[in-house]
Design a protein. Structure first.
Ligand code: FPP
Length: 228
């Protein structure tokens, strides 16, 4: 925690570059995603140990990612099942699993039933933990989230920052403190456009499977530089 920011931090990650990581090694893209899921497990461990991170939100699969080749989509979905099954690790990190994305029953939502079940179980099995909340954005797009929030706010009869915020997928998520994007891309994509207002950004050339505890520290340190 920095003196200027005494509450636990919210770090959000756009985990980019799995494909490039694999290509550089002459491996199939799917191997890059497998390595990416393992890197995430490691980052969760490191973040839990840092103690000043209260929320870690990661972009696991977007509303735009469904157009990728079927085998790749299938592989990424199975990795989500693996990720959501890491209950023992989450419990030993005292961390809660959370999810944001198009609600399963909403028009256009695409989360397959087996992933829905994995998400629901992971949330229930880790709900008792009191430490960091790890939120996976799956079948998530910020525009879809904001359109839904605006529609619901209109039904409530008032469209205001407060009513939009109340109607976000997870209204308990605080503002993001640092947004990380790996692999040299300096874009935001369609990720948490409401929640990132005013946040610091940390762009790194490193591809996601190579992102580690040291880089996480560097990302958090951006706040110290900003406060100085
Ligand atoms: C981008 O790499 C990454 C994604 C499609 C989303 C993140 C997915 C993972 C980290 C894999 C598994 C993670 C979870 C949460 C289970 P890319 O394919 O766009 O890489 P490229 O830009 O180098 O082609």
């Amino acid at each position: 925690m920095t003196p200027a920011n005494p509450r636990p931090l919210h770090i959000a990650c756009i985990m980019d570059g799995n494909g490039r990581w694999a290509r550089r090694r002459g491996l199939p893209r799917t191997d890059g995603h497998t390595a990416g899921e393992e890197a995430l497990a490691e980052v969760v461990r490191s973040a839990a140990h840092l103690k000043n991170i209260g929320w870690l939100t990661v972009f696991g699969f977007s509303t735009e990612n469904w157009v990728r080749p079927r085998t790749e989509v299938r592989h990424i979905l199975s990795l989500h099942r693996k990720l959501f099954s890491r209950t023992e690790e989450m419990n030993s990190n005292n961390a809660r699993t959370r999810w944001i994305g198009r609600p399963f029953t909403d028009k256009g939502a695409r989360t397959p039933v087996y992933v829905q079940k994995a998400i629901t179980k992971a949330i229930a099995d880790t709900a008792h933990n009191t430490g960091m909340a790890v939120t996976v954005a799956f079948d998530y797009g910020s525009r879809a989230e904001l359109i839904r929030a605006a529609q619901r706010a209109m039904k409530e009869g008032v469209v205001s920052p407060e009513s939009i915020e109340r109607n976000l997928y997870d209204p308990t998520l605080p503002a993001v403190d640092v947004l990380v994007r790996t692999s040299g891309e300096t874009r935001i994509s369609n990720f948490m456009l409401w929640q990132i207002k005013g946040c610091a950004v940390y762009f790194t050339e490193r591809t996601w499977p190579d992102f580690n505890a040291q880089e996480l520290n560097e990302a958090v340190a951006v706040l110290t530089h900003r406060a100085a």
